[in-house]
Design a protein around this ligand. Structure first.
Ligand SMILES: Cc1cc2nc3c(=O)[nH]c(=O)nc-3n(C[C@H](O)[C@H](O)[C@H](O)COP(=O)(O)OP(=O)(O)OC[C@H]3O[C@@H](n4cnc5c(N)ncnc54)[C@H](O)[C@@H]3O)c2cc1C
Length: 388
């Protein structure tokens, strides 16, 4: 078993780090205060060709694997861009996988190149206020009318909807009570965000202010049949297909941000003098940092294992979920330690680590919570009865 990076993977890391170095901690701090979308960063990543890293070459992508995409996203977050940076491009990296795998040639031609080139932005609209993690209970309806579907309902927590041109949206076309299985009757569309029919209200939230999250009130949105991805009623299956790579990318981002926190904490511990010596000389300061390193490295190995399995076409559900869980928890502990290492200054915005802690909570909650990951491992790996 070999987890060492190839020459190409190392050069991806180095090139992304060079690009990210132009976006200083002060840039991200200012974005966090104003809430302005990091357009400059998004444009720089697009023009350097990074947005299509895992997209097919036929549509302008680089055709690389999730392993490379994960390394790239880890580097973005580790640069100090954190989730403000990673979430601003996250949807471009793998979000349109259902279109790649299940879309028609015409749809791929129409949808992929503008997203890869950074000319269009997209959001992913699944979560609903009354369904939560129980996705099959979503109630946003799509009703067919001739060559169109008319969509109405509510979505919540939809990231980047303020700036998105398009949305990948999961709807119900057959009422739950009329389906054989709850996972049937859900249909996926990739379509324009028509602001005349979709009211988008930003949610004031704990962190990552630069990348908006929103309530969507959809009332009579007309979606052409040509924007339906795959077959009617099969949308849940298509979404499931992208879940493991999604968890791997979030894990990579959480590890990156945890590494940024650890790096800041170590730098501070090596400089700050109290009681006549550097605080980093105290074991009470050193040991939690050493523990953070071990936990982040273990999560990184799990993430690389999951990504390698995915890229080789092997089952990776257990590893992808485990990586997401371990990375978010390790990253959270690293951010918390970074604040405690800084003492009072850890609470000050200008030292950045409090922002990291706020952003890290996202990796714990979305797209799935630690509880549901534990439920998944208990059932699928340990063979225990399904608990939810
Ligand atoms: C910043 C942010 C950005 C997001 N971006 C997007 C986005 O772009 N698109 C999108 O579609 N969604 C997005 N989400 C939504 C996110 O995926 C959901 O918040 C997440 O899936 C949890 O769903 P919920 O909030 O409805 O929690 P709920 O389903 O209401 O769960 C509440 C709590 O109860 C626990 N729980 C529920 N049932 C069980 C059970 N049976 N056993 C044990 N525990 C249980 C959960 O683990 C959780 O802790 C985002 C969320 C955040 C915070």
């Amino acid at each position: 078993m070999d987890f060492s990076l190839s020459v190409e993977q190392q050069s991806i890391r180095a090139a992304v780090a060079r690009l990210c170095a132009d976006f200083t901690p002060e840039y991200w701090l200012a974005k966090d205060e104003t809430g302005d979308f990091p357009d400059e960063f998004h444009a720089a990543m697009a023009s350097a060709g990074w947005l299509g890293i895992a997209m097919p070459t036929a549509y302008g992508g680089a055709g690389l694997g999730i392993s490379e995409a994960a390394l790239m996203m880890q580097e973005v977050a580790a640069s100090g861009a954190g989730f403000s940076g990673a979430s601003s491009i996250h949807m471009n990296i793998f979000g349109l996988n259902p279109v790649v795998v299940f879309g028609s040639a015409e749809q791929k031609d129409r949808f992929l190149p503008p997203l890869i080139a950074g000319k269009e932005k997209a959001c992913f609209a699944v979560t609903e206020p009354d369904a939560g993690l129980d996705t099959t209970h979503l109630t946003t309806r799509a009703v067919r009318e001739g060559a169109y579907y008319v969509v109405s309902g509510r979505k919540v927590w939809i990231s980047t909807a303020q700036v998105a041109d398009k949305m990948l949206i999961l709807t119900r076309t057959t009422p739950l009570e009329a389906t054989a299985k709850p996972t049937d009757g859900l249909t996926l569309f990739y379509t324009n965000v028509d602001r005349g029919k979709v009211e988008i209200r930003e949610i004031a939230k704990m962190g990552r202010k630069a990348v908006d999250s929103n309530m969507l009130f959809i009332d009579g949105l007309r979606v052409p049949e040509a924007d339906r991805i795959g077959a009617e009623g099969e949308g849940f299956k298509y979404i499931l297909h992208g879940m493991n790579p999604e968890r791997i990318l979030i894990a990579a981002e959480a590890i990156g941000l945890g590494q940024a926190a650890l790096q800041r904490a170590c730098a501070y511990a090596g400089e700050r003098v109290v009681f006549g010596r550097k605080i980093g000389q105290n074991q009470a300061i050193q040991h939690p940092l050493a523990q953070n390193w071990m936990e982040l490295r273990a999560a990184e190995l799990m993430m690389l294992d999951a990504a390698g399995k995915y890229d080789r076409g092997e089952p990776c559900g257990a590893e992808a979920n485990a990586a997401k869980y371990l990375a978010a928890e390790a990253g959270f502990r690293a951010c918390e330690t970074a604040i405690m290492t800084h003492g009072g200054f850890g609470y000050a915005r200008e030292y950045h680590v409090e922002r990291y802690l706020r952003e890290m909570q996202i990796a714990r909650i979305a797209p799935i919570t630690p509880h549901l990951i534990l439920c998944h491992i208990a059932e699928k790996v340990l063979g225990l009865p399904r608990s939810y």
